[in-house]
Design a binder for this molecule. Structure first.
Ligand SMILES: NC(=O)c1ccc[n+]([C@@H]2O[C@H](COP(=O)([O-])OP(=O)(O)OC[C@H]3O[C@@H](n4cnc5c(N)ncnc54)[C@H](OP(=O)(O)O)[C@@H]3O)[C@@H](O)[C@H]2O)c1
Length: 230
């Protein structure tokens, strides 16, 4: 069992539909939070006691500097939850190279760099006898790459693969890497696509349920959250 009370947690993408719900639940469980997002007003609007760090993950030093700042403000880091992400729709034949670059920058490269930057702090946390954890939300597309979402699926598959391999590397150090792969969830993400328009989806998962499952998995020492867990 991972003790959430007193855990020092960085939530990236904290103003998003899933990030904000996860942050709320962690705060209710007594975690000490640093919330990051690219929009100060949206972060301030969250009714969650926390440090706030404004950063755009596409900027060169974005993700690594957020980790350094969070560790400094919280006096250490026991968990990093990466709930940032962007989606794009459309056939592969019409994929704009800039869209592919943004998908990979926000969904794969930035989380990878965040995790790399956080590992030293998480190693210190393990050395203090805590149970550090990294959480990502790649999504069901990492299990079932989906037509009309080829580049999004590829960016999320890249992240999911990194989590498996880096999780194996860090297991002995006591750092848990947990990738959540929920199906379509009603946060409005699909209405904010950076390219293309979403097809008509069947009703998606309840974001409160998805956040509950993720926070329970953090607390219960789970090592994977496949789509079937939602
Ligand atoms: N909703 C789903 O159906 C679903 C299913 C499976 C997996 N996921 C994944 O779950 C994660 C959360 O999704 P969500 O549904 O909560 O979406 P959301 O409500 O749109 O939240 C996405 C978050 O990412 C942040 N973000 C986007 N680009 C950024 C950038 N360049 N720099 C910093 N932050 C950036 C957004 O910040 P702003 O508030 O500043 O825009 C927002 O906080 C994403 O990785 C998504 O791919 C979602």
């Amino acid at each position: 069992m991972t003790e959430l009370s007193g855990s020092r947690v960085l939530v990236i993408g904290a103003s998003g539909g899933l990030g904000s719900r996860i942050a709320r639940r962690l705060a209710d469980a007594g975690a000490i939070l640093a919330l990051s997002g690219r929009n100060a007003a949206r972060l301030d609007a969250l009714d969650v006691p926390a440090e706030r760090i404004v950063a755009d993950l596409r900027s060169e030093s974005g993700s690594a500097s957020v980790v350094v700042e969070a560790e400094s403000r919280l006096g250490g880091l026991d968990a990093v939850v990466i709930a940032s992400g962007v989606v794009a729709f459309g056939p592969a034949s019409e994929l704009d190279p800039d869209t592919a670059i943004e998908l990979f920058a926000v969904n794969a490269l930035s989380p990878i760099d965040t995790i790399r930057a956080a590992l030293p702090a998480l190693t210190r946390s393990a050395g203090e006898g805590r149970k550090p954890v990294v959480v990502t939300i790649s999504g069901i597309v990492a299990e079932v790459p989906t037509a009309g979402l080829a580049a999004y699926s590829a960016s999320k598959s890249a992240l999911a693969a990194f989590m498996v391999a880096a999780g194996r590397e860090n297991r002995r150090a006591g750092i848990r890497l947990l990738d959540a792969r929920p199906g379509h969830t009603e946060t409005g993400l699909v209405t904010r696509a950076i390219a293309g328009a979403a097809p008509a989806f069947p009703e998606g998962l309840d974001p409160d349920h998805v956040a509950d499952v993720i926070v329970e998995a953090i607390a219960s020492d789970a090592r994977d959250l496949p789509s079937s867990a939602f």
